[in-house]
Design a protein. Structure first.
Length: 111
């Protein structure tokens, strides 16, 4: 028999490793859910209608965002994996014009 193929929990984290949400699948037949703190669980079908998955890190007080398709691909890999059911994915901070100004000065140089 296979392991628990079909189950998956992918924790979504901000770049400072705070958990901002989870994508959950409980079993083979169950729907994919998005679980965000202080919000109702959402069915992935609703989520997938948005091009970007955007949420807010309460600790950093900044928005994080990633393409919905990219996250779906990652979680699909996890669902197909027989042995690995849990992993993490870091969502980058949503870049604002202020951030661009910062990174212009702080970006590391290629050596
Ligand atoms: Zn954070």
């Amino acid at each position: 028999m296979t392991g628990d193929k079909g189950m998956a929990v992918m924790e979504l984290q901000c770049p400072n490793r705070h958990i901002v949400g989870r994508i959950i699948k409980h079993s083979v037949g169950s729907p994919l859910l998005l679980d965000m703190p202080k919000r109702l669980r959402e069915d992935w079908k609703q989520v997938s209608e948005r091009p970007m998955l955007t949420t807010h890190c309460e600790v950093c007080k900044r928005a994080v965002s990633k393409a919905t398709d990219t996250l779906k691909e990652r979680v699909d890999c996890l669902i197909d994996d027989e042995w690995e059911h849990k992993n993490q994915y870091v969502l980058p901070f949503l870049i604002t014009s202020e951030d661009w100004a910062q990174t212009a000065y702080t970006a590391p140089r290629a050596v």
